[in-house]
Design a protein around this ligand. Sequence first.
Ligand code: TZD
Length: 522
Amino acid sequence: MPTARRLAHEFLDRRGLTTIFGNPGSNELPFLAELPENFRYVLGLHEGAVVGMADGYAQATGRPVLVNLHAAAGSGNAMGALTNAVHSRTPLVLTAGQQVRSAIGLEAMLANTDATQLMRPLVGWAGEPSCAADVPRSLAQAVFEAELHRRPSYLSVPYDDWAAELAENPILDRQVRRGLAPTEAQLAELVATIAAAKNPALVLGGDVDTGDLFDRAVALAEHLDLPTWVAPSPHRLPFPNRHPLFRGVLPAGIAPVSAALTGHDVVLVLGAPVFRYHQHVPGRFLPAGTRLIQVTDDFGAAARAPMGEALVAEPAPVIEALLRKVPARTAQRGYVENPEPKTGERALHPEQVFAALRDTQDGATRYVVESTSTNSAWWRQMDLRHPGSYFFPAAGGLGFGLPAAVGVAMGSPDRPVVGVIGDGSANYGITALWSAAHYRVPVTFVILRNGVYGALRWFGELLGTPDVPGTEIPGLDFTAIAAGYGVEATTVTDEDHLRTQLKTTTDGPRLIQVDTEPTSPE
Ligand code: TZD
């Protein structure tokens, strides 16, 4: 008779979840024993880095990924990074080892007390099998919950369950698929609304890129000559940022969004919450006379929106219906040039760094960005034309960028990957450098060293609290830190040196530390 472990491995194998990101402890060892040869275990040295790498890998591959955490302590360490995975809707399947069943109630060391409550409200579903015989089904549920809800799930398994001998299990053959198409009537109404609109606009969210709809979104915007924004606080780029129809990233405040959309009678929002505001700037949610229609397959995002209409459906069939049924208008195509980069006085301006990346890196490069005060410089200087070119921490939780760059590079060996990381942000996920070195992951980390928490200084001004402590971080040397983790590194201070460095390639990880001038994100 097969063991619970054998059935679990077989189930994961059949579903293609054969790369496991983890940091193990004693409770997890019985699950990891006898791992089939085609499985790969990617070790991260801290659970924040484990989840960041898994998130990047899952986003790059478009597939659910198994994460193995150690009991309550490892799960707790993972929670900060998990906030990002929740908002990027990454289907991470988190598993954690539990004490043996007889030791949970008496709270022996490493008992995960109330394990199913620990990760709420971040995970969409959390479970612990009620008996060993229910382990394979529970694991299947954890995978399907993550895939169907596009939200991390969590399964805690007592470690004495894995050796239990069980009957063959029909769970191995299950197929669970997702398909949320609108009805014909809903499509017809939407088509009529857009066809009748005098001055419609398009707002795209990260789900458009996640759902492989980047090119179709361009086709739609060009077909209908739609001015196109990216929804506030983007974690992916769903549209080429130098396209003549691109109007930019909508500001993340209530009144500024309303101001930006003024003059449009219909605003079609595809694959985004409405909206992910950040700085609190109260006002009208929408300009007078503007009708907003949100199409999302995220039930929660539709339910909690403060205004507008929502159609809960995948954006893909909506895009195709509009392309087929609304008559074409003439639109501009192609790409517009970037402005001249601003220059720094005492150190490089971030715009000089980004212009150098744009000029030296392959056009298909994937960028994982966690540099918070350089936002406007980034969009002014980059020219991103390909799907899956941009990844940012979706909940603003630092510690995503460096590990996610490793995960994205592991998940897409066919495209170069560059992590653009602030000198503050880099510290939260720094141990991923070791994984990058250990697995020889081809990834370039560009660390922008401005010596401060730049975004916080800007926010301090915004909130009328400019004199706060804790925003200076002098004295960090990432070349020394990188050397300690086994990653080769250099410091550059001038533009020519930066460009020369960026043109060289290696088959493993490397880190370029660039001294930059503090700037404001707007
Ligand atoms: N801790 C975590 C986990 N996430 C956060 N977002 C913060 C703290 C607060 N925070 C920001 O929101 S931005 C920022 C902090 C500390 C500064 C990041 O500094 P940096 O980039 O050097 O990476 P800039 O360009 O200097 O802002």
